[in-house]
Ligand binder design. Sequence first.
Ligand SMILES: [Zn+2]
Length: 73
Amino acid sequence: MDTTKNTPVMRFLTLGGAHVAVMNAPGATSTATHTWQCLGCDQGNDYAQPRTHARQEANRHAAGCRSIPKTTD
Ligand SMILES: [Zn+2]
C-alpha cells in the first residue's frame, strides 16, 4: 500500500450528496495512517489516525452533514 499519497481509499455520502473521503495520510506511521475530509463543507481531520478511527469519524460526519457537492466554476 502506498501511504505517501493523499489518495482517497473510501468515501461516504452526506445527506446532501457530497463525498466524505478517507485518505492515506502523507507521512503515516504504523498506527496513524489515514485522514478524512468532507468534500462538501471541508470539515475533517488533518492529523493521521488509525484507519478505523478515520472511517468512523468520516461516516459519522456524513450521517449528519447536509452539504451538497461544490460547484466547479
Ligand atoms: Zn460535511
